[in-house]
Design a protein around this ligand. Structure first.
Ligand code: TMP
Length: 395
């Protein structure tokens, strides 16, 4: 049974940045109710009613994974690590975005899958064979008939976006060699609970994974988890290594250790999520009162990074241009547009000292190390950042 524990109210599609605020554009803006549910059968946390992926992953998809230096380094590291550990001859990447992982492989060694046609065009142009399709059993069969079975399937921040997980694993099972490995990483529900990072809940994050939940889902599909890692990326992610039941691999001790730790943290218990939901409500109150006080004190407040995560916060807390003057983002195709739902203008990164910014809300809090390093001048001149993780504060 799916039990709702958190209602994040009316939300837009996070990737739909508005080109202008004309009434025709505003009329077309799509909203849905974002409610998070806990499945008491397999312990998976998911959006109660996810929206149709065809409305999300279109040829207008704005996010470019290669925008962040942190992510470029992270993808290079994992590519090298996987190559060393599994020595794959042929690899598939599911959800290749603008090729940030692909570029660590030669064009013969890797096949890409990316449903956003604008992104698939980029990597096809670079010479990486990219299927501009959704990952499912049909596509897996098509790839296997053309190229044969593969040794490695890698996916970052994509599997949690797919409503039908059973189909994902069936498709993986079909095209994986007997000793092939499926490695995927997505935001970790354990980190969300720990950090109060409720902004990890948005339309694209259909599920938030735990080891307990995924072991239930893979078991159902005759697969097993051989290794697991907790990562710092995206404010806390989990990386799974999955193989066929009869593969040659031993199971790492880390799997059992994390399993025990999740049981200790009660990630398989509805009460954990209900208590978390109470903390989210408190966080909203605190953030709003801080921003209202800053407004009263005539401080200039902006937001740093037009992230999907911040769309959840702004819409849930009802934070608009009256409280945040503008949002800066280094992604060219977000600039000059407006944030979904709350319609805050998005500008290119600016000299925050010259612009007399007093406070910058960290929309991209998961990159705070990189940002603090970049904005030393702002901090030195007395500028402050605001964050809501793990509690609302400025620093
Ligand atoms: P993400 O958290 O969904 O990866 O999005 C991060 C967004 O933040 C992305 O649009 C790029 C933007 N960003 C900046 O504008 N400046 C920065 O220094 C960093 C690290 C990210």
């Amino acid at each position: 049974m799916k039990k709702i524990f958190l209602n994040l109210l009316k939300q837009p599609i996070t990737n739909s940045y508005l080109p202008n605020l004309k009434s025709k554009t505003l009329k077309k803006e799509f909203f849905y109710n974002l409610s998070m549910a806990f499945d008491t059968n397999n312990y998976l946390v998911s959006i109660k009613k996810p929206i149709n992926p065809k409305n999300q992953y279109t040829d207008k998809y704005a996010h470019r994974a290669s925008q962040s230096k942190t992510m470029n380094i992270a993808f290079r590291k994992i590519a090298n690590k996987l190559r060393k550990r599994f020595k794959p001859k042929l690899t598939i990447e599911i959800g290749s975005n603008d090729g940030v992982f692909l570029k660590n492989f030669s064009k013969k060694e890797i096949i890409a899958v990316e449903p956003c046609k604008n992104l698939a065009k980029i990597t096809n142009r670079q010479g990486y064979k990219t299927f501009d399709k959704f990952w499912n059993l049909n596509l897996s069969k098509k790839i296997t008939y053309k190229k044969g079975k593969v040794d490695l399937i890698y996916s970052a921040n994509t599997i949690s976006h797919i409503p039908n997980l059973d189909e994902v694993f069936k498709a993986v099972s079909f095209c994986l060699n007997d000793h092939g490995v499926f490695v995927f990483e997505d935001p970790y529900i354990g980190s969300v609970i720990e950090n109060n990072s409720y902004d990890q809940f948005y339309d694209e994050h259909v599920h938030l994974f735990s080891l307990i939940a995924i072991s239930n889902v893979v078991k159902k599909n005759n697969l097993r988890i051989i290794d697991v890692e907790i990562l710092e990326t995206h404010g806390g992610s989990i990386r799974f290594y999955v193989t066929k039941i009869g593969s040659k691999f031993n199971t790492s001790k880390k799997v059992n250790n994390l399993f025990k730790s999740e049981i200790r943290k009660k990630l398989n218990n509805f009460t954990t999520y209900r208590l978390f939901s109470n903390r989210v409500k408190k966080s909203k109150k605190k953030l709003l009162s801080l921003l209202k006080k800053l407004k009263k004190d005539k401080k200039k407040v902006i937001s740093y990074g037009a992230t999907y995560k911040s769309a959840t916060i702004f819409n849930y807390c009802n934070i608009g241009p009256d409280l945040i003057s503008f949002v800066t983002d280094s992604t060219k195709n977000k600039q000059g547009k407006y944030t979904p739902g709350m319609h805050i203008p998005i500008k290119p990164p600016c000299d925050m000292v010259k612009e007399k910014v007093d406070f910058a809300f960290l929309g991209a809090w998961n990159f705070s190390k990189e940002i603090k390093h970049k904005e030393k001048k702002f901090l030195k001149s007395g500028g402050k950042f605001i964050t809501h993780v793990p509690t609302v504060r400025s620093f």
